[in-house]
Design a protein around this ligand. Structure first.
Ligand SMILES: NC(=O)C1=CN([C@@H]2O[C@H](COP(=O)(O)OP(=O)(O)OC[C@H]3O[C@@H](n4cnc5c(N)ncnc54)[C@H](O)[C@@H]3O)[C@@H](O)[C@H]2O)C=CC1
Ligand SMILES: O=C(O)C(=O)Cc1ccc(O)cc1
Length: 308
């Protein structure tokens, strides 16, 4: 039996991520009570039907009033407005966090609205699915997955430690880094893959109707995997690309250069270039599978695309 880490937890936004936190922290026995607020009355009602919390509020200010920890679980474009609404009502010493897939823009949007007497510890569980809403939540979502925390220098280490313990009790491995570093890493590991999936499914759906129906009929697992990712929530992903513009454009520039190299190799019948890349990428996949969610680094091998 784990000790209670936060007597009163408040969750603002109760979709896939918020609902999973409610279920996982309840199961771990790390929170005393859970207050829930979300923008849509229908979603709040559904959260109550699912029994995700102990108290439900239309007004986020009411939900956070006595909270020891508040986790904002809304699309990144809404985090600033939520911080503005709850800021004046936060209890001194309260730990305020979020789960947004982008960190620097969320910090810029939230921090100005938070009083000096709270501890702001931004977070991002790198775990999710293409499903959204409170019905999509499940207690095991964070098991053996990373949760990145990006506290600013000078934030009370005891507050950071409390939040890290909450995540660990939900099964996550916790890692600290700066918000800017997080955004660069996630741009290539998460944001670009989603952009590629949205794009390839869009390209396929724009094909002339004859070919398009064949694409759907014969879609092999490669294309099917892309359609799963491309089914992810449009609001959430629009906000991510708007909020992580610089890092995504940086990674997209590199990606386009490498795609040009592959395009040239195919046009020139340069099998060696194709074979060398595919051999290297296979090794990366095997090293990732071998380490699972371990802390070891995958073997990215050596490459030279003419960059210093
Ligand atoms: N879906 C995923 O796989 C992952 C999502 N995230 C991040 O978690 C956050 C939430 O994502 P999901 O739970 O998947 O989304 P969701 O769409 O399932 O839930 C979002 C919730 O926020 C509420 N909401 C929206 N705008 C609001 C506002 N202005 N005020 C109050 N509530 C508001 C909605 O009613 C809903 O309850 C996003 O910032 C996303 O970037 C992080 C890791 C994984
Ligand atoms: O469903 C998938 O494959 C995901 O990649 C889920 C996901 C989406 C957004 C995040 O910030 C983290 C994880």
């Amino acid at each position: 039996m784990t000790d209670i880490i936060f007597p009163r937890l408040a969750l603002i936004g109760i979709g896939l991520i918020g609902a999973s936190i409610a279920l996982a922290s309840r199961k771990a026995g790390t929170v005393g009570s859970i207050a829930i607020s979300t923008r849509s009355p229908a979603t709040l009602k559904r959260a109550e039907e699912l029994g995700l919390g102990d108290a439900y509020f239309a007004d986020p200010a009411e939900a956070v009033r006595d909270a020891d920890c508040v986790i904002v679980c809304v699309p990144v474009g809404a985090c600033g407005a939520v911080a503005e609404a709850i800021g004046p009502h936060l209890k001194p010493g309260c730990v305020v966090s979020d789960v947004g897939s982008v960190k620097a823009a969320v910090v810029r949007a939230m921090a100005p609205h938070l009083p000096a007497h709270v501890n702001f510890v931004p977070g991002h569980p790198i775990a999710g699915t293409e499903h959204s809403g409170p019905d999509a939540g499940f207690a095991e979502l964070y098991q053996n997955r990373w949760c990145v925390l990006t506290p600013a220098p000078g934030v009370d280490p005891a507050a950071v430690d409390r939040l890290a313990r909450l995540w660990r009790a939900m099964g996550a491995n916790v890692e600290m880094m700066s918000a800017e570093h997080h955004d660069l890493v996630l741009a290539i590991t998460s944001h670009l893959p989603h952009l590629i999936a949205y794009n390839i499914v869009g390209t396929a759906s724009d094909l002339e109707s004859g070919i398009r129906s064949e694409v759907l009929k014969f879609s092999a697992s490669g294309f099917r995997d892309f359609t799963r990712i491309a089914a992810s929530d449009p609001t959430m992903w629009r906000d991510i690309f708007l909020a992580n513009k610089e890092a995504v454009l940086e990674m997209l520039g590199r990606f386009n250069e490498d795609l040009s190299t592959l395009t040239r190799a195919i046009r020139n019948g340069d099998g060696d270039t194709l074979f060398d890349l595919f051999t290297r990428t296979r090794a990366i996949r095997r090293s990732i599978v071998a380490i699972g969610q371990d802390t070891a680094e995958p073997d990215f091998g050596r490459r030279d695309h003419g960059r210093s």
